[in-house]
Write a protein that binds this ligand. Sequence first.
Ligand code: EPU
Length: 338
Amino acid sequence: MTILEHHSLLPYNTFGLEAKARYFVEVASIEELREVLNNERLKGMPRFILGGGSNILLTKDFDGLVIKNSLNGIETIKEDDDHVWLKCGSGEAWHSLVLHTIELGLSGIENLSLIPGQMGAAPMQNIGAYGVELEAVFESLEAVDMNTGEVRVFTKDECLFGYRESVFKTTLKGQYCIVSVTMRLNKLPKFNISYGDIKRTLDDMRIWEPTVKAVSDAVIKIRQSKLPDPKVLGNSGSFFKNPEIPKAQFDALQAYYPLIPNFPLPNEMVKVPAGWLIEQCGWKGKRVGNTGSHSQQALVLVNYGGATGAEIYQLALDIQASVKEKFGITIVPEVNVV
Ligand code: EPU
């Protein structure tokens, strides 16, 4: 285990931004993580855990410790007639893991194909796409208490999952490092293809009886058609969360904008796509210096090359202000701004 100083984070963030970490260390086991947490020189300084770097906006150098998660390993820990319980190291690359489960003939996370990032970030923000969220297959996780070094098991209830939310983003923020996640996957496929784009794409592919692999292929096709590949164009997926507004506020908006897309929620709330709000404000495909809102998906902010994190953040603030002004809705970033 080597502690690096003034280490460039450029290869570790999908926005492709240059920023340096004062200290940088990669951990591949719980023991190594504990060693770092107990290191006298590194104690007490600001720190964050870096996973796949696909949900982070680095606006400046980080004057603290970056712990790169490389805790790998996949293990079947239990099996019955219908399910397999897979325990996965939090440093496993998410999409490779999805493909691995498909090869094993398991279903449950095929709708979450091609999401960038690592296993550990999946429960952190309850990743979701095409009608499925991680919580649907989540069983439990193990996390190391960053103050004591002790391992604690979190059940599904204790994670307090919500839309792109968990206890690790709210009350326990920064206190735990997730080291492994156990998912309960199905031996007999349970398809969730109600999401319009999936049905349409399977039809286009002339697939009438889907397999897990076919659903995964369809999701990959949709994502590739809408979302820019970070290897080609720096980005962090959806920059903002889709806002949830009271039904009364929505009804008033709908009177002005009859075409406003909407997803009614329980408790008299309505979810509105932030991508639509941003597009209506004229940002879609608009370039500002070396950054901009993507031409296929307004919710995705991109780095055309040479942008700084501060520039992208300024664009995000400008977009946020114009959505607030036009619709009276505050959109909040889903990306972590450092
Ligand atoms: N829309 C527009 N203009 C745009 C983009 C979207 O009008 O530029 C409208 C369209 O009406 C469209 C609707 O918004 O029907 C929804 O768009 P889309 O299906 O692309 O999904 P999204 O709500 O923008 C969410 C997730 C994505 C996930 C997709 C598919 C959030 C913040 N984002 O996007 O997740 O892949 O649904 O399920 O919830 C991510 O988190 O990084 C991410 C990409």
